[in-house]
Design a protein around this ligand. Structure first.
Ligand SMILES: Cc1cc2nc3c(=O)[nH]c(=O)nc-3n(C[C@H](O)[C@H](O)[C@H](O)COP(=O)(O)OP(=O)(O)OC[C@H]3O[C@@H](n4cnc5c(N)ncnc54)[C@H](O)[C@@H]3O)c2cc1C
Length: 331
């Protein structure tokens, strides 16, 4: 028999740790399963400036506080434990399988996170931190490039929005896109083009262009660009590279267990974070519609933990529609 928990949380990033704090503090027997070490994506940065309550804090420092807080309220933590399969039993408990062990819970919160889609060019991993010059989040890191020259990569909505954000900080922003047309919505594309047409605009767009290598000593100093139509190459001097080519959620093992979008994000109702499997909640960057921010991941963890109580009180609640009061105009 595997040990039975009230709540098992998969993933010890910000969403998972916030959920664990709440469920453990509510005296629910809580276990967090983490495939690596606690922390998730935010451990990769040493400068966070947009987490309310901390003017500046480093990722590992914040995670240490979050982990201690959850553990002090009784959450158990198991690291180096990758979850590979879930199964819902007849009695509505859920069995969670890791490489060696299995566990059972009355409810599960999946806080698996996502990874930024990589360009896969030389130099990308070497300089992967805002300090060294490669970033995947303009909202997070644009202020560190005030007065500098940066390259942005991508052509979808996020790329356009984030590039516009970069222009508020950097002296010069060049957006490269591999095709000869952007994929973003018309309204965003028009806004971007309008920005490039402003007198003394600090924004340039280069179409049909890809980055083939990121170069520098200790930090980014230039990027090799190639025009895919002409084959012409150039060395583009810059202080930073922002890569906006999508996210890959860590949900591959869930296919067939829970409903996913075509891109692999977990489908849920965005008010209560219920998936299509009763007793299985989702929180943070791996869910459909996530804002991909630290504060929102934490907020999701809290929401899922609060809603879990509702499920324990009344399992039939799972199939109830989101309350009318949450519809626009319903308040
Ligand atoms: C370099 C960098 C800088 C950033 N800076 C900022 C910033 O300044 N401000 C901001 O708001 N946001 C920032 N972000 C974004 C922020 O880190 C994420 O939005 C946030 O971490 C999402 O939290 P999460 O808990 O949903 O997912 P994650 O942080 O991705 O955590 C998911 C956890 O689940 C674990 N996991 C995955 N699959 C399994 C499995 N099968 N079994 C067990 N465990 C599993 C992973 O190992 C990971 O620990 C930054 C991201 C990066 C990469």
């Amino acid at each position: 028999m595997s040990e039975r928990y009230d709540c098992i949380i998969i993933g010890a990033g910000p969403a998972g740790l916030a959920a664990a704090l709440y469920t453990a503090r509510d005296r629910f027997k809580t276990l967090v399963l983490e495939k690596l070490l606690p922390g998730g994506q935010i451990s990769n940065t040493n400068r966070i400036e947009n987490y309310p309550g901390f003017e500046q804090i480093d990722g590992p420092g914040l995670i240490e506080k979050m982990q201690n807080q959850a553990v002090n309220f009784g959450a158990e933590m198991k690291t180096s434990c990758e979850v590979t399969r879930l199964e819902r039993l007849q009695n509505s408990d859920i069995t969670i399988y890791c490489d060696q062990e299995k566990y059972t819970a009355r409810a599960v919160i999946m806080a698996l996170g996502s990874d930024y889609r990589k360009l896969g060019v030389p130099g990308e991993d070497e300089f992967r931190s805002a300090g060294a010059g490669v970033s995947y989040c303009g909202t997070c890191d644009a202020p560190f490039f005030k007065g500098k020259q940066v390259l942005a990569v991508g052509g979808g909505n996020t790329a356009v929005e984030e590039t516009l954000h970069l222009t508020k900080f950097a002296d010069k922003v060049t957006l490269i896109h591999r095709r000869d047309e952007l994929r973003a919505t018309r309204v965003l594309t028009e806004e971007l083009l309008q920005k490039t047409n402003e007198p003394n605009s600090n924004l340039i767009i280069k179409y049909s262009t890809v980055a083939t290598a990121i170069e520098g000593e200790g930090k980014v100093q230039s990027v090799r660009l190639k025009n895919v139509k002409t084959g012409q190459e150039e060395n583009y001097p810059c202080d930073g590279v922002f890569i906006f080519i999508g996210m890959v959620p860590n949900t591959g093992f869930l296919k067939g267990f829970v409903q996913l979008t075509d891109n692999g994000f977990i489908k849920c109702d965005c008010a209560y974070l219920r998936t299509n499997v009763p007793g299985v909640f989702v929180a943070g960057d791996c869910r459909i519609g996530a804002a991909m921010q630290l504060a929102t991941a934490v907020g999701d963890g809290v929401t899922a933990a609060m809603m879990l109580k509702q499920y324990f009180r009344d399992p039939g609640w799972w199939n109830e529609p989101v309350s009318d009061i949450l519809q626009p105009g319903g308040w």
